[in-house]
Design a protein around this ligand. Structure first.
Ligand code: G6P
Length: 363
């Protein structure tokens, strides 16, 4: 079937708006009364995961590392495919390799997969295109069910990757005896809430557009996050660079004082991705360091977070409260919307940014 914009101005806007629906379908696909259905994946026999991907998919892997380690006690290594494949790292035979790719055709990721093939116990892929090379060459291929993604900048692909990786991490926790049936049910209920919470986040469009009109004037923008929000800071910065061509960097909040704070002045907007979680106080103190140097803080948090620390910030966006471990999936939406509206304000080609390809099938 021909894919059209369905009344939206850009595929990216359509794909951002589709997220509650496709995430609901992905959850339906993997969940049954018996629990999480992922045949061929018994994490009880796995020692370590080696996760490899490029671009946005590599940030999904970095978020998942926090989940596998914290929920399932399973050690995870994450690498970008172009480094991994030529580094030729030693791999233990009890480990599994996991390749995350929207297209399933990224040349470096495919080469990395082939490198691990005879060296690990199982090759797993998390892909959008089930007929792709990466899917075909894996022992187990898990579809993310995002539907066709046209816009070069990945949006629903990223959140669907995260959804499938979250389910994998929960399955790993159960298989490894780290989570009982009641705890699993509670976590799954939180996942089931995601589409509804995302619908709330999508209502922020007009607020985001107003903020983006100012961001479009900036030369440099920093994104900060801690824990699983750190990779989301990297993703927020990548999204913005890709389509608005504004220089942006993501940093772990705690690294601020080790370099990037030197960049802060009244011209540098700093996007702080900070749900009210166990480390919120620490993030607030990093934010105050930015404000003391006249940096313009955009705080993205929940109502309690904005209430507690919003005084003196340049702007804020309030999201519904979410279980902290799942916050990267929800907070991806305002990050995508910021990039989208900033690109609109700058008049760039949102769906086909210069110099970029949707799928990089050659080196
Ligand atoms: C390209 C795209 C990115 C994407 C990356 C990995 O660079 O522009 O949006 O994240 O490839 O693509 P994959 O299909 O492997 O997820």
């Amino acid at each position: 079937a021909r894919i059209d914009k369905g009344g939206y101005k850009h595929f990216m806007a359509k794909e951002i708006a589709e997220q509650p629906g496709v995430i609901g379908s992905a959850l339906d696909h993997y969940l049954s009364d018996a629990g999480i259905e992922m045949p061929g994946l018994d994490f009880a026999v796995c020692d370590r995961l080696v996760m490899v991907a490029c671009g946005t998919a590599s940030y999904a892997c970095m978020v998942a590392k926090y989940w596998f380690e914290q929920l399932a006690g399973l050690p995870v290594e994450v690498d970008i495919a172009s480094e991994f494949r030529y580094r030729e790292p030693p791999l233990s035979p009890a480990s599994w390799s996991v390749f995350v790719s929207q297209s399933g055709e990224t040349a470096d990721t495919l080469a990395a997969l082939r490198y691990t093939k005879e060296k690990v116990a199982k090759v797993v892929s998390v892909v959008n295109v089930s007929t792709s090379s990466i899917a075909r060459e894996s022992d187990v291929a898990l579809p993310i069910l995002a539907g066709v993604e046209v816009s070069v900048a990945s949006t629903k692909g990223f959140t669907c990757q995260l959804t499938v990786l979250a389910l994998m991490a929960l399955k790993a926790a159960v298989d490894r005896g780290r989570m009982d049936a009641d705890q699993l049910a509670a976590h799954l209920a939180h996942l089931r809430n995601l589409p509804g919470l995302m619908n709330h986040a999508l209502l922020l469009g007009n607020d985001v557009a107003r903020i983006a009109a100012d961001l479009a004037e900036a030369q440099d923008i920093l994104f900060l996050g801690r824990g699983p929000m750190y990779p989301l800071a990297l993703e927020g910065a990548l999204k913005l660079k890709e389509i608005s061509y504004i220089h942006a960097e993501g940093y772990a909040s705690g690294e601020l004082k080790h370099g990037p704070i030197a960049l802060i002045d009244q011209h540098v907007p700093v996007v702080v991705l900070a749900p009210r979680d166990a480390l919120y106080e620490k993030t607030v103190s990093n934010m105050q360091e930015v404000m003391a140097r006249h940096g313009k803080v955009l705080l993205i948090s929940d109502a309690e977070g904005v209430h507690e620390a919003g005084a003196g910030v340049w702007r804020s966006l309030t999201l519904p409260r979410i279980e902290p471990w799942l916050a990267p999936v929800l907070y991806a939406l305002p990050a995508q919307m910021l990039a989208y509206h900033t690109a609109i304000a700058k008049g760039t080609d949102v769906d086909q940014p210069r110099n970029l390809a949707k799928s990089v099938t050659v080196e």
